[in-house]
Write a protein that binds this ligand. Structure first.
Ligand SMILES: Cc1cc2nc3c(=O)[nH]c(=O)nc-3n(C[C@H](O)[C@H](O)[C@H](O)COP(=O)(O)OP(=O)(O)OC[C@H]3O[C@@H](n4cnc5c(N)ncnc54)[C@H](O)[C@@H]3O)c2cc1C
Length: 178
């Protein structure tokens, strides 16, 4: 599932002919590979998307000061920043899937995607939780469940710090682990 913005970007890519046919032909394969082989990056992205969707729907229904809270600038800022980060993460994950299909994905690239997607998902979950006010901490919505899951994901299969060091090694050639 791509956001409208991401779909627009890929439509432009096809029209422009930059890797267009390969991108179009392998889109499903690319996503499937990420789902199978890179669960953390893709799973975190899915959690972020659900948190965003929950916050968006709630903000349209929740009336305060005589109008839906979606009509307040501060709430729109949160939603706009969420969808921007989700779109960027979708593009990163999509491209990683393409590289995996081609047998070219590197440890550094997978590491970057995992760290980025878990980080943005945690931030989005926290913002989404706040947008629901007191309801956000209840079990009536999925956000707190996602937050607890993500606090585990940020540690297992490589901690956030260690993935950062992998990227550091990848770009400098210098090992900062020890
Ligand atoms: C929910 C969950 C499920 C798990 N499932 C599994 C599993 O199925 N199989 C498995 O083998 N393990 C599993 N783990 C363990 C997981 O892989 C480790 O917790 C993780 O690798 C961190 O190791 P640690 O807890 O010993 O932390 P430590 O290695 O003690 O690290 C503590 C902190 O120091 C940082 N740190 C460590 N070394 C460096 C360094 N050189 N430079 C900078 N910072 C550093 C870390 O990033 C971390 O922030 C799971 C963990 C969780 C939370």
């Amino acid at each position: 599932m791509f956001t409208p913005a991401a779909e627009e970007l890929f439509a432009g890519e096809e029209e422009g002919g930059v890797e267009a046919e390969a991108a179009a032909a392998s889109e499903e394969d690319a996503i499937a590979r990420v789902l199978n082989d890179d669960d953390e990056a893709e799973g975190a992205l899915g959690a972020a998307m659900d948190c965003y969707d929950t916050a968006l729907r709630y903000s349209k229904e929740r009336i305060q000061f005589g109008k839906p809270i979606a009509g307040f600038q501060l709430q729109q800022k949160k939603l706009a920043e969420m969808i921007t980060e989700i779109t960027k993460a979708q593009l990163l994950t999509y491209r990683l899937g393409q590289l995996k299909n081609e047998g070219k994905a590197t440890t550094g690239q997978i590491s970057m995607a995992k760290r980025n997607n878990v980080e943005i998902a945690l931030k989005i979950a926290r913002e989404a939780r706040q947008m629901l006010g007191g309801m956000g901490i209840t079990g009536d919505f999925s956000i707190m469940r996602h937050m607890m899951n993500l606090e585990s994901v940020v540690t297992y299969e490589g901690t956030h710090d260690i993935h950062l060091l992998i990227t550091g090694l990848d770009i400098t050639g210098e090992n900062a682990f020890v």
